[in-house]
Design a protein around this ligand. Structure first.
Ligand SMILES: *Cc1c(COP(=O)(O)O)cnc(C)c1O
Length: 242
């Protein structure tokens, strides 16, 4: 992690203002209210001081991808923040995260579902990650398997499925992400219809579509994102080996 003294609060503040203005503009274009979209600041690899600075500027939701890094930050942070676990989660680490974060975005296998359910003392809120890009390197259930996977997860009362998460393939032009985001929105709507038929008492839990990153969050908002996961546009570039 980079030297913590490097953080510049004024720079963070102006980046946050710019991201916020872009969110507002995208909501306006889409005819949506600003409060329909939650900004998650993705703080992986960035120091705790940067998280504190954004928290003081009013950001409440933070995303982390690595269990150990998140644990270290959560233990040290004095501000109360809502943590989102957005990275690939190994089943043997599920117990560290279940019940400890507000939302796990990356549930995509039965073994993980089982591990999360076994560990929970309270309800675990999750999103089902869908592999909309077709890239093998990205996790997620296949779109065709989403409804069956959902049926497996809702069979466990310990877990509450709040929606879906997905990632578009990397592209320089954000417009290229649009069909992927539209697809995820359609899969979400199909899932709601499936739930209304097969698990009507749980269908109302389905409210969130987590999609959009620094390069494409405006398109994601236009296509219906309720949670956007923004890292480098807020914190600057990540440096994995500093
Ligand atoms: C790192 C990460 C992000 C943030 O990426 P940026 O391009 O820096 O905004 C969003 N979602 C996931 C799942 C990530 O791993």
């Amino acid at each position: 992690m980079s030297a913590s003294s490097d953080i510049d609060v004024d720079v963070l503040k102006s980046r946050l203002e710019e991201v916020e203005a872009r969110i507002v503009a995208a909501c306006e274009r889409a005819g949506r209210r600003r409060d329909e979209v939650t900004l998650i600041a993705v703080s992986k690899t960035h120091p705790i001081e940067a998280i504190e600075a954004l928290a003081e500027l009013g950001v409440r939701d933070f995303g982390e991808s690595y269990v150990q890094e998140w644990q270290e930050k959560a233990a040290e942070l004095e501000e109360s923040v809502r943590w989102h676990f957005i990275g690939g989660l190994q089943s043997n680490k599920a117990r560290f995260v279940a019940g400890e974060v507000a939302l796990i975005h990356s549930v995509d296998r039965k073994s993980l579902v089982k591990a999360l359910a076994r560990r929970s003392d309270s309800t675990v809120d999750v999103l089902l990650q869908v592999n909309i890009s077709g890239e093998e390197s990205k996790g997620g259930v296949e779109p065709a398997d989403l409804n069956d996977f959902y049926a497996n997860v809702v069979a466990r009362p310990e877990l509450r499925v709040r929606g879906v998460m997905g990632m578009a393939p990397y592209a320089d032009d954000p417009e290229e992400a649009r069909p992927y985001f539209r697809r995820l929105r359609e899969l979400f709507e199909g899932l709601v219809a499936y739930a209304q038929e097969h698990a009507p008492e749980r269908a109302g839990d389905l409210r969130e579509i987590s999609m959009g990153m620094s390069g494409d969050f405006e398109v994601a908002i236009e296509e219906g994102a309720t949670l956007i996961r923004v890292g480098s546009a807020l914190f600057g570039e990540r440096n994995y080996d500093a």
